[in-house]
Design a protein around this ligand. Structure first.
Ligand code: ATP
Length: 438
C-alpha cells in the first residue's frame, strides 16, 4: 500500500484553510493546518510532511519565514507560496528563498492539482546526466552557471536565460531540464521568432479537426507535446503582444484550449525562456507585457559571452578539434592558440565551432597555424560622424549584409549559408524573416 502524503497548509483565514483542506482530502492527501508562522514551525519541526503550502501574509510574519525555516533546518520538503493577486514581487522573493512554485489567489482546483502533482514529482529521483556533457568550462563564470542550473532544476518556477547569441542558452535550458524531476518527460524547444503570427495560436495550443479550413485531423500544440516536461521558448522577446496575453493565461491557469475545442485541458509544463534582448527595456518600451515579464523572469540566468571565458578557450578548442577531426585531429601551434584566445567572438561559442570546423576541413598538415584559422577581424561600430544612425539600425544593416553575402556565396542554399555564418538553420531563417531578406 502506498503511504498517504501529508501536506501542511499555512493560512490565517479559516475559510481558505478549510477550502484547501477539503480539496487536498479529495485528492487523497492528508492535510494538516496551521494558522500562523509559529504553528507552522512547530508542525514542521514535528516532521513527516511531504509538501507545504503557505500563504504569504500571516499575522506573526510572512510565508518567507516558513520557507526560510525549511531551508535553515535542512528539511527535505517542497514548499509553495500562495500570494495575493498582483504581488509577483513576493512570489519572486519566495522562489529565490527556495520555494519551488507559487499560486495566485484565487486558487483554482486545477492549479492546486497540478502543483501537487509536480511537487510530488520533485521527490522522484531521476537519472542525472553529467553537466559536463552540455556545458564545458572551468572558468568561474561557467562554474557559476552550472551551480545555478543545478539549483534552478529543483524548482518548478519559470527560468529566463539571457545572453548573447551562441552563448549556450539552449544548452543551459536542456541542462536544467535534464537535472530536474521532469528529465524523463519531453523537452520541447520553440523559436518564437520563427512562427508566423497567424499560426501562433494553433502551434502553441493545437487544434481540433474542423477548427478551420485544412484542419483535417486533431493536432497537438507545443503545450500538449511538452506535457509533464519543459517548454523552452527561445527568442521570447519576439512574441507578438496578442500572443503574449494568451501565453500568460495558459501559464497562469496551467490550462490550454485547442482551437475549435469547447473544453480546456490541464497543461503541466515548466517554462524556460531565452532571449538575447533586454526584456526589461522591452517592457519599458511597451513591446513586452509587464505581467508576462514577471511570470517568466522569476529565476534569471545569464550566460557569459565567450570573451569572458578566455582561459577556457584552449580547452574548448581541444575538445572541438577532437570532435571534428577524431583521432587524427590536427593540433594548434602556440601562435594559433594565442590568436584564438585574443579573438573577439561576436558569435560566441558557435563562432568558435565554426572556425575550427572549417580549419579541420581545410587542414593540409597535422598542425594548424594562425593563418589556417582564417580569423576575420571584428567590424567596429563606427557610423558616419553625425549620421545619427541608431545602434540597432546599424547592427541590422551589418547583419543583413552578412546574410545576403553568405546567401549569394552559396547560391541561396540556406543550409550552407547558415553553416558559413556559424548559425543554425532555424536561426538563419528567423533572422531572414526579421530583417525582411527574401
Ligand atoms: N560552454 C559550452 N560548452 C560546450 N558547448 C557549448 C558551450 N556553450 C555553447 N556551446 C555550443 O555552442 C553552440 C550554440 O549554443 P546554443 O544554441 O545553446 O546557444 P544560444 O545562446 O541558444 O544561441 P542563439 O541565441 O543563437 O539561439 C551549440 O553547439 C552548443 O553546444
Amino acid at each position: 500500500m502506498t503511504k498517504t502524503l501529508r501536506v501542511l497548509i499555512v493560512d490565517d483565514e479559516p475559510d481558505i484553510r478549510e477550502l484547501l483542506e477539503l480539496t487536498l482530502l479529495k485528492m487523497g492527501l492528508a492535510p494538516v493546518c496551521a494558522a500562523n508562522v509559529a504553528e507552522a514551525k512547530a508542525a514542521l519541526d514535528g516532521g513527516g510532511f511531504d509538501l507545504a503550502l503557505t500563504d504569504m501574509r500571516l499575522p506573526d510574519g510572512d510565508g518567507l519565514d516558513v520557507v526560510n525555516h525549511i531551508g535553515e533546518r535542512g528539511l527535505d520538503l517542497p514548499i509553495a507560496v500562495i500570494t495575493a493577486h498582483g504581488s509577483a514581487d513576493n512570489a519572486v522573493r519566495a522562489m529565490k528563498a527556495g520555494a519551488f512554485d507559487y499560486l495566485q489567489k484565487p486558487v483554482s482546483l486545477a492549479q492546486l492539482r497540478s502543483l501537487v502533482k509536480s511537487a510530488l514529482k520533485v521527490e522522484v529521483p531521476s537519472a542525472r546526466p553529467s553537466a559536463r556533457q552540455r556545458l564545458l568550462g572551468e572558468s568561474p563564470a561557467i562554474q557559476e552557471v552550472l551551480r545555478l542550473a543545478e539549483k534552478l532544476s529543483r524548482s518548478q518556477a519559470a527560468v529566463s536565460i539571457g545572453g548573447e547569441s551562441g552563448t549556450g542558452k539552449e544548452q543551459a535550458a536542456r541542462l536544467i531540464h535534464e537535472l530536474g524531476p521532469r528529465a524523463d518527460k519531453p523537452f520541447v524547444a520553440v523559436n518564437c521568432g520563427a512562427i508566423p503570427e497567424s499560426l501562433m495560436e494553433s502551434e502553441f495550443f493545437g487544434y481540433r479537426k474542423g477548427a478551420f479550413t485544412g484542419a483535417d485531423a486533431d493536432r497537438d500544440g507545443f503545450f500538449q507535446l511538452a506535457q509533464g516536461g519543459t517548454l523552452f521558448l527561445d527568442e521570447v522577446a519576439e512574441l507578438p503582444l496578442a500572443m503574449q496575453v494568451k501565453l500568460l493565461r495558459a501559464i497562469q491557469e496551467k490550462a490550454v484550449r485547442k482551437l475549435g475545442a469547447s473544453q480546456e485541458e490541464a497543461a503541466d509544463v515548466r517554462i524556460i525562456c531565452a532571449t538575447h534582448r533586454d526584456l526589461a527595456a522591452r517592457v519599458e518600451a511597451g513591446q513586452f507585457r509587464q505581467d508576462l515579464y514577471y511570470r517568466l523572469n522569476v529565476l534569471p540566468l545569464r550566460m557569459p559571452p565567450l570573451r569572458e571565458l578566455r582561459d577556457d578557450i584552449p580547452l574548448f578548442a581541444d575538445r572541438l578539434l577532437q570532435r571534428f577531426g577524431g583521432a587524427s585531429a590536427p593540433r594548434l601551434t602556440a601562435d594559433a592558440r594565442r590568436a584564438l584566445q585574443d579573438h573577439a567572438y561576436p558569435g560566441n561559442f558557435r563562432e568558435l565551432e565554426n572556425i575550427l570546423e572549417r580549419a579541420v576541413a581545410l587542414a593540409a598538415s597535422p598542425s594548424l597555424s594562425r593563418d589556417d584559422l582564417q580569423l576575420t577581424p571584428c567590424v567596429e561600430y563606427s557610423p558616419e560622424p553625425g549620421s545619427g544612425e541608431p545602434l540597432q539600425d546599424y547592427l541590422d544593416r551589418v547583419e543583413r549584409e552578412a546574410i545576403v553575402k553568405a546567401l549569394e556565396g552559396t547560391r541561396y542554399n540556406r543550409t550552407q549559408a547558415a553553416k558559413k555564418l556559424g548559425v543554425t538553420f532555424r536561426s538563419l531563417r528567423y533572422r531572414m524573416e526579421r530583417l525582411g531578406v527574401k
